[in-house]
Design a protein around this ligand. Sequence first.
Ligand code: FMN
Length: 181
Amino acid sequence: MTFYELAKSRYSCRSYTDRPVEREKLISCAETAINGPSACNSQPWSFLIVDDRETALALSETMRDGAIRMNAFTRDCPAFMVIVEEGANLSAKLGGKYKDQEYAQIDIGIAAQSICLNATDLGLGTCIIGWFNEKNAAGLLGIPSGKRIRLIIAIGYTETAAPSSKNRKPFEQKVRFNKWK
Ligand SMILES: Cc1cc2nc3c(=O)[nH]c(=O)nc-3n(C[C@H](O)[C@H](O)[C@H](O)COP(=O)(O)O)c2cc1C
């Protein structure tokens, strides 16, 4: 598969089998994230791999939190990658302030996509989860107070086939050349 094909085949999977994910595959996903770029090479992240059934189930509760019962599918997911934001280095912090940019969150977004693409390449499904009860998740996982969980990525073997097409706005609406016009 070319990288182009890989990127196009990644999708948010919302149906997982209970087959455990091999730890080497989860480690490989974390490694690709660690090898990604970050502003001033600040590496403002830590990755917490959850692959123990009991902890995964409890963590999924924090994503199913709230009246609208989001993310019910996470109940069956065997593994999660929790991305915790770490303090950026001084140059990234100063640069971000000066340029009014949230570099650490941009870096974490890049890391998340690296994890998803690597997992796809390894035959796994993923779904980035931004809706979770952060306080409960941090408490469950023992994350030190003051550290923010930015994203949780569901990772597992898919139960259903990939969707046949992607719901995307037209290319022409999203990509321009040279000038905005
Ligand atoms: C920051 C972020 C947060 C997201 N949070 C959730 C979520 O809580 N639950 C969910 O089912 N999908 C979530 N998604 C997945 C998006 O809904 C999905 O990427 C989008 O609909 C495009 O579909 P695709 O990933 O299948 O191409 C999130 C994606 C991102 C990037």
